[in-house]
Unconditional design. Structure first.
Length: 278
């Protein structure tokens, strides 16, 4: 079923966030704050919200800048912001978190992020861990390494060569298109998204999904990746925070889940004691 309500939330960054809320069907246990992936939107998580609501969780899910129905003067579709996009995305998440605290004072908040949303969630933890009771980070890749530095160089060349913030021509070939080709016997270019063909078809049919991100959005995404790859970011995150890390064993975006295993090893190596990885 659809979300119980959809509202517009005014963020201090100047964005008007499209926010969807699903109320718990049983006695509320906690609130799950959802962060969606690249080139999709929060509305795609309605069935996930139903699953959680049936088990006593309120769900809040908003469209990130440049996605879905969220609007901002500096964030047309495909762009986080003209400048400081990564910081503004994190600030928008904080704005939603603030609304949750006002509407459900005292209820614990579980921070959830999928793919790009996982990048955002971990970066949010780095500065707001004291406000979160637990975190779930699924299919987020912080292991860009030298390939990521090379991608940044390509993006800098694109920005110089094309002279404006336009959709990247190079990064889709290295990401979405490459991941699609990595799936054997693929039916569509987006089979890497899910083993469930119905989900793939829904994504392809959705006009708010599958678009090419701008050069600046990709640069902001790599900023989130490299910040998340630095163990110094965990300095202010309590080591007993419950964290669930999930990576698909056939997911080309995380090198078959190896990127999640690497993140889990890093976190355990810095002392995290309440971490589960799958």
């Amino acid at each position: 079923m659809p979300f119980d309500r959809s509202i517009s939330l005014d963020s201090p960054t100047g964005a008007m966030l499209a926010l969807h809320v699903r109320e718990a069907q049983a006695r509320p246990r906690a609130v799950v704050q959802v962060n969606h992936g690249l080139a999709e939107h929060a509305g795609r998580y309605a069935r996930f919200a139903d699953f959680l609501a049936a088990r006593g969780f309120h769900v809040y899910a908003h469209d990130h800048r440049g996605h879905g129905a969220t609007t901002a003067p500096d964030a047309p579709p495909g762009r986080f912001a003209l400048e400081n996009g990564a910081e503004k995305v994190i600030a928008d998440v904080a704005a939603v978190h603030g609304l949750i605290a006002r509407e459900h004072p005292g209820l614990p908040v579980v921070l959830f992020g999928h793919s790009m949303g996982g990048l955002i969630a971990l970066n949010f933890l780095f500065v707001h861990a004291d406000q979160v009771r637990a975190a779930a980070i699924w299919n987020a890749n912080f292991s860009a390494g030298l390939a990521g530095r090379a991608a940044l160089a390509l993006l800098a060349w694109e920005k110089f060569r094309r002279g404006s913030d336009v959709p990247s021509r190079l990064l889709p070939r290295l990401t979405f298109q490459a991941w699609g080709k990595a799936v054997p016997d693929r039916r569509t270019p987006f089979d890497w998204l899910s083993r469930d063909g119905r989900e793939v078809d829904r994504y392809i049919a959705d006009p708010l999904c599958g678009w090419d991100a701008s050069v600046s959005m990709w640069r902001d995404i790599f900023s989130l990746i490299f910040r998340g790859a630095d163990d110094a970011g965990f300095a202010h995150v309590r080591r007993d925070l419950p964290v669930l890390l999930v990576g698909g064993e056939k997911d080309p975006a995380t090198d078959g889940g190896k990127a999640i295993e690497h993140l889990a090893a890093r976190m355990r190596g810095t002392g995290f004691s309440n971490l589960v990885s799958r």
